[in-house]
Design a protein around this ligand. Sequence first.
Ligand SMILES: [Zn+2]
Length: 82
Amino acid sequence: MTIKRFIAGAVCQACGQQDKVRAWDDPNAQAMYRECVACGYTDVLAHASEHTSELLTRVNYTDPVFDEDVSPVRILDPRSMH
Ligand SMILES: [Zn+2]
């Protein structure tokens, strides 16, 4: 169910009248619609998709840690043990 609410103080871009614009969200389209009841002007703002793409680009990749303090493995010569 869509709830259309008037935006207090909003001015229509088309006719310039105040308090005639109402807006509602469309969860399926991830967009916000604006409509002027005076002249019938409609506007669509796709806002949710921008946030989604922004989050996907912020994936942090952890760099592999190379431990430089690792000493080489000593190979014991069995002949030196005598
Ligand atoms: Zn208008």
